[in-house]
Write a protein that binds this ligand. Structure first.
Ligand code: AR6
Length: 202
């Protein structure tokens, strides 16, 4: 299975055995692309945030940078009204998309990798599942995920990819409301890890 360039978009997609560049989980199309999540036009993009919801580096910095101050101001309101102690790991909340092409941002907090014995796998799966639950509650049909926790939080990408894909597949099976899930992988290595996990799991 080889990644292929898609008509000058600069993104690559997994050319699956379906021969049409995506995988079907029930009625939901699942695509892996290499690229920048801030360019996605899905109903929502997911932010790998931290509990403060006040921004940070990595994908969090890119989303707040491209989306502008409206996102941060909604995050501050969420902190004030719902999560004064911060958003717990594995939970998810939604804001508007500000200047992004996506109309919404779903902010979730993945676990920090501490060697695997600190409930990391369950918490990572919860971050994906709770993001999808928020999408469902808001009537969204398409969503883009980054590789949560595999940057600053140090989660090994091969393990994270398997957990991410299994969690999404499990949720979609129980709640078949989505048209499309896109995994937006920033590096070639991450893209390859998710490609391998997809072929291993299915
Ligand atoms: N589009 C898609 N993926 C990206 C982008 C982008 N524009 N930028 C980076 N990545 P990280 P975490 C990838 O560190 O590990 C922040 O400071 C990156 O290559 O963004 O969950 C938060 O505020 C990596 O594969 O998130 C938290 O404090 C993946 O996104 C902390 O980092 C996740 O890396 C969260 O750490």
């Amino acid at each position: 299975m080889q990644p292929r360039d898609v008509a000058g978009t600069g993104e690559t997609v997994l050319w699956t055995c379906t021969g049409v560049g995506f995988m079907m989980f029930g009625r939901t199309r699942v695509r892996l692309v290499r690229g920048d999540i801030t360019h996605q036009e899905t109903d929502a993009v997911v932010n790998a945030a931290n509990s403060s919801l006040m921004g940070g580096g990595g994908v969090d910095g890119a989303i707040h940078g491209a989306g502008g101050p409206a996102i941060l101001s909604e995050c501050m309101e969420i902190r004030r009204t719902r999560y004064p102690e911060g958003l717990p790991t594995g939970e998810a909340v939604i804001t508007g998309g500000g200047d992004l092409r996506a109309r919404h941002v779903i902010h979730t907090v993945g676990p920090v990798w501490r060697g695997g014995g600190s409930d990391e796998e369950r918490l990572l799966a919860a971050a994906y599942r709770n993001s999808l639950r928020v999408a469902q509650e808001n009537g969204l049909k398409t969503i883009a995920f980054p590789s949560i926790s595999t940057g600053a939080y140090g989660y090994p990408v091969e393990k994270a990819a398997r957990t991410a894909l299994s969690a999404v597949e499990g949720f979609i099976e129980e709640n078949p409301f989505l048209d499309e899930v896109v995994f937006v992988l920033f590096s070639e290595g991450d893209y390859e890890a998710y490609s391998r996990a997809l072929t291993e799991l299915w």
